[in-house]
Design a binder for this molecule. Sequence first.
Ligand SMILES: Cc1ncc(COP(=O)(O)O)c(C=O)c1O
Length: 493
Amino acid sequence: MAKSHALQRWGVEDSVELYGIRTWGAGFFDVSEDGDVVICPHGARGPQIPLPEIIAGLHERGYDMPVLLRVENILSSRIAHIHESFRKAIRTLGYRGEYRGVFPIKVNQQQQVVDQIAQFGSRYHHGLEAGSKAELIAAVALMRDPKACIVCNGYKDEEFIDLALQAQRLGFNVFIVLEMPGELDMVLERAAALGIRPNVGVRSKLSVKAGGHWTDSGGERSTFGLSPSQIVDVVDTLKSRQMLDCFRLLHYHLGSQISNIRDIRTGVMEAARLYSGLAEEGAPMGYLDLGGGLAVDYDGSHTNYVFSRNYNLDEYCADVVETIMSILDEKEIPHPHIITESGRATVAYCSVLLFNILDVNVVEEARLPETLPDDAPEAVRNLQEALAGISLRNLQESYNDAVYYRDEVRRMFSTGAVSLRQRTLAERFFWAILMRIAKEKRKLKNVPRDLEDIDVNLADIYYGNFSVFQSLPDSWAIDQLFPIMPVHRLGEF
Ligand SMILES: Cc1ncc(COP(=O)(O)O)c(C=O)c1O
């Protein structure tokens, strides 16, 4: 009866609420009146394509699940959105530099993805970040826009530096970013050998450290980057070789998925001070590269929780632009072009992993006998008593009893003192007690620690047909939480 009641009442809006699709979907995902998940490639006001229709089309063409679906228009929309937000902040605040985004290839190395970014991004001069020789070769092969930047980060050997210098000779806007002090000599030596004046950048270790899961690459103890004193050494070396005019860019990377806007602002502030100091030293500069960190609201909570963010894109852009301006205006230093290396914020929305559910393991209400068999052990009788005596006031005690007597029966089973049927009976009473406690504890304001995990133990288990390693949309995201939901029949209970 309760089930048929729920069937009548459950509707699409309940599923929308349950799965939070409108909070994490950023306008790209929604549920139709028919209960299907729809993709909105151009955002909430554009056309909607039901996912089950796409799946049917894939079946017709002979493809089966699992499928990693990539929506090119979403990728384009994200690039456009990031640039439009920066343009708005620049215009509104009267900033005198431009925004030049670059996509870090390591975040998604799929050829189609990088190609699409290079092609669509050219209308905004969106460039690429290369962290290795292979990525630099890909960047040079795919980029056609001479105004867009190619930022070379990562460990560098002679070959990497030669490639970067040759790309610069071909007309690309390439920056070689020093990540370790020893790289400068190599860059200067190769530049002299090839007769090219390089565009040198420096990755700075900031003293600020952002909170979060993927922020080990920031802070004074980070592996990569130069300390302020090592940066001053770079200035002195360039000055001594009459090459200070080659110092064009300051870069830092606080970490990925920075969920608190305060950390972003603190980082930009320190970097802008460093930039200002370098300009005062006489370096021409012109580019400030903030690295990655722009977070994705994976859980839709809009908080500074590690899988969310407490700011939106407009706020991020306004804060960055305003902070740089306010610091540089103090010393009347020209505003640099702003580079960000947003990875996940660019690509996270464009991939959907579709897979079949093979089977479900549902924890069901146990069938219990009205009277116990004569040979039922004492521990089973105690479990039956514990079930009958559950009340809001003794939930913890009932839980302790359930675990204690269940374990006792298990021990007895392993010594041969109880039969398989007797053990099964004990397990049924145990699960019945847990289900009753789970129901009752919803009425409590403060749930005891032991009882917090009961819902997890009672959760249904769905068996999905996919491989985490082969199909994960952002495979670099170890420990990443992704939104997950059924794609059809969302109007049903
Ligand atoms: C140097 C650098 N830039 C950019 C990124 C991309 O960061 P995100 O995906 O947070 O934008 C990373 C990734 O960790 C990185 O190491």
